[in-house]
Design a protein around this ligand. Structure first.
Ligand SMILES: Nc1ncnc2c1ncn2[C@@H]1O[C@H](COP(=O)(O)OP(=O)(O)OP(=O)(O)O)[C@@H](O)[C@H]1O
Ligand SMILES: [Mg+2]
Length: 291
């Protein structure tokens, strides 16, 4: 059975040392179950990319434990696919050759590679563009190649760091729908960093909100919107309610990061004040252990 459980136990990550050290993550604890889709929100510089990089194995925690399927992460591996805002494609290779790269590295036989490439190109809607070069593609198409490059490795975990951040609104929505289709088929675990609250609520089953730097888990919000989700959920009352909750939580941390007090007269900040006074039943920490 495919797995993909992620567990962080009091993970601390620092850049540099001595007086110039920057603590990016501070005793961050949380767990993601195999096959879950979790979005991560938090103010700029709070440590979201650091978190993705640590789970990817690009850097090691200075303290605490990071486990994927019970194994301590010590280095990058094809079991954890990473998708960044800018797809990292080889400009001198065609779409097919770019996607084929991972298969060749794993020593997959030619005929099997061709079969997998045909299947994956169809999945991401690029069948007709297999022999094009990256510069001949739009931004959205390039990002689909980037997605396909990772998918061919059948990762247990997909780590996505603002993957659609550079795309226009319409292409972005299309990519979100494509990602949900892909996830529905492959059921890998997805950790999806975004600044776009609509995107987080539309895609994820849970939204983890990080505090300002050093990043800790502020809270986790369950998104009980039924699947399959179509675009019309974006205007549903439940979606709006969840969006408002996320917005208030992120704004609170962003204001703190900027050292700015809230304005009680401003509707968004009034919501923030109200939040302190009443418990919001939508904010749950089930399945996640905050430190
Ligand atoms: N390679 C690095 N060397 C030194 N400091 C770093 C490095 N990478 C990140 N940092 C620092 O760690 C902190 C967290 O950065 P990170 O990139 O994880 O934030 P982020 O939440 O992804 O921000 P954004 O939303 O702007 O992408 C920042 O203060 C940043 O300056
Ligand atoms: Mg980042």
């Amino acid at each position: 059975m495919r797995a993909g459980n992620i567990r962080l136990e009091e993970v601390t990550l620092a850049f540099g040392s001595g007086r110039g050290a920057v603590i990016a993550l501070d005793k961050l604890s949380f767990s993601v179950s195999a096959g879950e889709f979790v979005a991560i929100l938090g103010p700029s510089g709070c440590g979201k990319s650091s978190l993705i990089g640590t789970i990817a194995g690009f850097q090691s925690p200075h303290a605490g434990k990071l486990l994927v399927d019970g194994q301590v992460v010590t280095e990058p591996g094809s079991d954890r696919g990473v998708v960044f805002q800018q797809p990292t494609l080889f400009p001198w290779k065609t779409v097919r050759q770019n996607i084929d790269f991972g298969l060749r590295m794993r020593g997959v036989a030619r005929r099997e590679r061709d079969r997998i490439l045909d299947e994956i190109l169809e999945e991401v809607g690029l069948t007709e563009f297999g022999h094009h070069y990256p510069t001949q593609l739009s931004g959205g198409m390039q990002q689909r190649v980037g997605l396909a490059r990772v998918l061919v490795n059948r990762p247990r975990v997909m780590l996505m760091d603002e993957p659609f951040g550079a795309l226009d609104a319409q292409t972005r929505l299309m990519m979100q729908e494509l990602l949900l289709d892909v996830w529905n088929e492959y059921r890998m675990t997805i950790l999806f960093v975004t600044h776009d609250i609509d995107e987080a609520v539309f895609l994820a089953s849970r939204v983890a909100v990080l505090t300002r730097r050093p990043g800790r888990l502020k809270t986790v919000i369950d998104v009980p919107i039924p699947r399959p989700r179509k675009l019309d959920v974006l205007v549903s009352p439940e979606f709006m309610r969840l969006k408002k909750t996320c917005l208030a939580l992120v704004r609170e941390e962003t204001l703190d990061a900027l050292g700015r007090p809230p304005h009680p007269d401003h509707p968004r900040d009034a919501h923030r004040e109200a939040q302190h006074q009443e418990h919001d039943p939508l904010v749950a920490t089930s399945g996640v252990e905050a430190s």
